[in-house]
Design a protein. Structure first.
Length: 361
């Protein structure tokens, strides 16, 4: 009997009874526990999405620049914290100088563009309908009335004390979000592996190798996409500004060019909206010929980007069906506003990588 008890103790391990042979809760048999935990986390984040933009911006920038900081740390042999601070100084210094140089022109041109937008729209309506009045759904609409309504609405929004306080509060909130994004960027760059490790620990140990391999595949796709898209934003804004200001000499070229660069992030619709804004302004200040020339300039620029720049910069890293891409952008916008729309394509790309890996052959 004693021998039987000893044999049973050796089989079950020291100090472990037959009752305690079950696996601990932290290591479930299947990944469903981790999936349920991730789903609950997603619902929680959705409920607090109003406070997420600084965290998303900081994490996205850290994702872009973490390899650069790693190379700086390796080559200079600086401690990680000093490497991060050095990188932020190198990054923010030139950006601050550029912002200081272009701020007067950008603010002045943007204010003038907003002030003159009703007149620009009025001119567009006259060009489209050939007169001051036109009929829509049986209703006679006067172009001057539409322009005056837009101008009054803009003046009311900017002019009343309550709305002025609202605008000031919005500006303060934006400044705080920028500051918080920079603080979070510092912490994310300081120890990026800790956050990846925290996610991995949510997955059962026997599934972690597959999850890590999937994470590397997603990282390869997203890193190339994000860095390539950042390059395209800067490139399109710079080339557009040069063309509009030096070639066509159109007013408000700087805010239009910056808007063109950021609209490049929104697939399909963004470039069309950017070309429309520039063409309408050209129509107001230079007539039909200038508007057509600007539209042709945008068309050629878009074709050059699609045929030459995109294959080199982004390549085939993100192969998403156009309808799926549009749905991802619209769904992201419905859930998280502008920032959600910007994240729609990367999230869809990550899900596609996971689906391609796990779907049955």
């Amino acid at each position: 009997m004693a021998e039987s008890t000893e044999a049973h103790a050796e089989a079950t391990g020291p100090g472990v009874s037959g009752q305690a042979q079950r696996r601990p809760l932290s290591e479930p048999e299947s990944p469903w526990f981790a999936l349920a935990l991730l789903a609950a986390s997603g619902l929680f984040l959705l409920s607090v999405r109003q406070i997420l933009p600084p965290f998303i911006v900081g994490a996205s920038l850290a994702y872009i620049f973490s390899p650069v900081v790693g190379q700086l740390e390796k080559r200079t042999r600086l401690p990680r914290v000093l490497a991060v601070l050095t990188f932020l100084l190198i990054l923010l210094g030139p950006l601050a100088v550029i912002a200081w140089l272009v701020e007067p022109t950008l603010v002045g041109e943007t204010k003038d563009l907003l002030t003159n937008s009703p007149a620009i729209l009025n001119n567009l309506l006259l060009q489209l309908f050939g007169g001051q009045s036109f009929t829509v759904a049986g209703q006679v609409i006067n172009a001057d009335t539409v322009s005056a309504y837009l101008l009054d609405a803009m003046l009311e929004f900017l002019g009343t004390p309550a709305q002025a306080i609202h605008v000031a509060a919005t500006a303060v909130d934006a400044a705080l979000d920028v500051f918080l994004s920079l603080v979070l960027l510092f912490y994310f760059l300081l120890d990026p592996k800790r956050f990846a490790g925290a996610v991995i620990r949510l997955i059962p140990p026997r599934h972690r190798p597959q999850a890590q391999e999937l994470g590397r595949e997603i990282h390869t796709v997203l890193s190339r996409y994000v860095r390539g898209l950042l390059f395209l934003v800067v490139l399109m804004a710079t080339v557009t500004w040069a063309g509009l200001s030096l070639l066509f000499r159109i007013p408000y070229s700087l805010p239009i060019a910056i808007a063109t660069g950021f609209l490049e992030i929104i697939p399909f619709l963004g470039p069309v909206v950017a070309a429309g804004i520039a063409s309408v302004v050209a129509l107001f200040y230079g007539g039909t010929n200038l508007a057509l020339a600007v539209a042709l300039f945008y068309l050629v620029l878009r074709q050059l980007e699609d045929q030459l720049v995109m294959p080199v910069v982004i390549g085939r890293a993100v192969e998403i069906y156009p309808a799926v891409a549009i749905f991802a952008v619209l769904a992201g916008g419905a859930l998280g506003g502008v920032l959600g729309a910007l994240l729609g394509i990367p999230v869809a790309a990550a899900l596609k990588v996971a689906f391609d890996r796990w779907r049955p052959m």
